[in-house]
Ligand binder design. Structure first.
Ligand code: NAD
Length: 481
């Protein structure tokens, strides 16, 4: 980061061989602080020129990194994790995340800790790989080895600007793959700081970062057959554009896309406890999580008690500066989002929903939205769209089969929640057509478990051993006598 002399800091959005690089043809955008609506940084990104240079550098570094012993790669990952856990680094990153995205500071600190945990988990995962397996067929000896996939492009969203890159970059580096990193231009400073920390622990060229026109940067990489893998997290709309581009070179890919998570309250659930879990599953990251609870299914006879309890929790929310520890709901990241949430609520009202907008006090500036509950809309945006904000849809049911059918019919299948007696709730969770479910809890994700979406929520998995497999290839040799 450098200061321009004006009150807004300039961020250099291209990093090559561990250094910020002045872009050949600067691509500029202003990063806005959601809590104030004021400019926070002036991002000076690059484009195709820098994208090509980092790719050339990655190619130069590729062989050396692939041949670095897995134990040494694991050591590098452990160094990155230690840096992420050290002070003042950890706190500085958390503050940047909160200022760029509006995330509450406690959640930003947790995000930095989770990012470190991804580097630690994948350090252990690569150490514990045997690296080879043998099988015997009469007359032949089979040897199967795993090799690094090669250079991978890592494209990430703004809503978890450090932990999502960590979930991708840690296994790619562990596997021996160089990384071309393009974080989101909405929250670039924390991602650039992460890149800087990583670069300090790996050889030059192993990680290169370019922010700039998203389609130009990613297109330069995906058009080039030297790029063997793409791992993308973001909207389903952009995921589809990128999936089409990967067809040209059959680039291996992982897509983590949008969601519309069901939250199923069973008829034996305590409605007050269910409302408390929903408050976390809905309001985490100010409603802007891909696994945010959205379609809340409640047995007919519990709807009144449940909605009363949820509205009570919602009414106690304190909207304010994400850096203030007393804040329980921060602003939305994008300036247009409060109006978008209000439009979805109006659409729900038109489709027959009872719409209750909380009367919590709004700060007088920044991108804040009042929480909204829409009860029993007949359809429309609140049911079909990824809301990405503090609006929940409650639908009453009498037949659990109807809930499972509606979840199966939904185009998304990412996260879900079930609340009730644990054995029965687990069975319902395992019948849901989604990738990850919290039973009686709102935080199902962890570095050790696979995380991935079904249907239009994505392709492939991150986390766990399978998260490492995404960056490896299998190579079989059959040796005759
Ligand atoms: P987005 O799709 O707008 O942007 C994601 C990335 O794609 C950014 O780096 C952006 O610069 C880039 N991009 C945008 N347009 C592009 C184009 N035409 N060509 C190439 N790249 C392009 O998403 P967002 O608004 O940053 O993030 C929110 C979305 O991400 C939500 O839909 C959310 O559900 C999803 N998400 C999914 C997961 C998951 O694990 N499944 C996690 C977090 C967020």
């Amino acid at each position: 980061m450098t200061t321009t002399g004006t009150e807004v800091e300039a961020l250099v959005g291209a990093r090559i061989n561990g250094q910020p690089v002045r872009p050949a043809r600067p691509w500029r955008t202003t990063v806005i602080e959601p809590a104030t609506g004021d400019p926070l940084f002036e991002l000076v990104g690059g484009g195709a020129t820098e994208a090509r240079v980092v790719l050339d550098e990655a190619e130069r570094a590729e062989r050396g990194w692939a041949e670095t012993a897995p134990a040494a790669r694991a050591e590098a990952l452990r160094g990155i994790a230690s840096a992420l856990r050290s002070d003042p680094e950890a706190e500085g990153l958390a503050v940047l995340i909160s200022r760029e995205t509006g995330k509450r500071i406690a959640e930003s600190r947790a995000e930095v800790g989770l990012s470190a945990a991804f580097f630690e988990w994948f350090a252990d995962a690569i150490r514990s790989r045997s690296g080879a397996s043998h099988s015997v067929v009469p007359g032949l000896r089979h040897e199967v080895i795993q090799r690094p996939l090669g250079i991978v492009a890592v494209l990430t969203p703004w809503n978890f600007p450090v932990s999502i890159p960590a979930r991708k970059i840690a296994p790619a580096l562990a596997a021996g793959c160089p990384v071309l990193f393009k974080p989101s231009e909405v929250a670039p400073a924390s991602a650039l700081r992460l890149a800087e920390i990583i670069e300090a622990h790996v050889p030059a060229g192993v990680v290169g970062t370019v922010l700039g026109d998203p389609a130009e940067v990613s297109g330069t990489w995906l058009d080039d057959p030297r790029v063997r893998g793409l791992t993308f997290t973001g909207s389903t709309r952009v995921g589809k554009l990128l999936a089409a581009q990967t067809a040209a070179n059959f680039t291996r890919n992982v897509f983590e896309l949008g969601g519309n998570a069901p939250f199923v309250v069973l008829d034996d659930a305590d409605p007050v406890r269910a409302a408390d879990v929903l408050a976390v599953a809905k309001y985490r990251n100010n409603g802007q999580s891909c696994i945010a609870a959205q379609q809340v299914w409640v047995p007919q006879h519990l709807v009144d008690d449940f909605t009363a309890a949820f509205l009570r929790v919602t009414g106690e929310l304190v909207l304010g500066d994400p850096l203030d520890p007393d804040t329980t709901l921060g602003p939305l990241a994008l300036p247009g989002d409060p109006a978008r949430i209000a439009e979805i609520a109006q659409d729900a009202a038109r489709s027959g929903a009872d719409v209750v907008t909380s009367d919590v006090t709004l700060p007088d500036r920044g991108h804040y939205a009042r929480p909204v509950l829409c009860v029993n809309p007949a359809g429309g945006r609140a049911v079909e769209e990824e809301v990405f904000g503090p609006l929940a849809t409650v639908r009453s049911y009498t037949d659990l089969g109807e809930v499972l059918a509606a979840t199966s019919a939904d185009r998304c299948g990412l996260g879900g929640y079930v609340i009730g007696e644990p054995v029965r709730a687990t069975a319902v969770a395992q019948a849901l057509d989604v990738g990850i479910v919290g039973v009686n809890n709102a935080t199902p994700n962890a570095p050790v478990v696979p995380f991935g979406g079904l249907k239009q929520s994505g392709l492939g998995w991150e986390g766990g051993q399978i998260g490492l497999d995404a960056f490896l290839t299998w190579h079989t040799t059959a040796v005759g006598a």
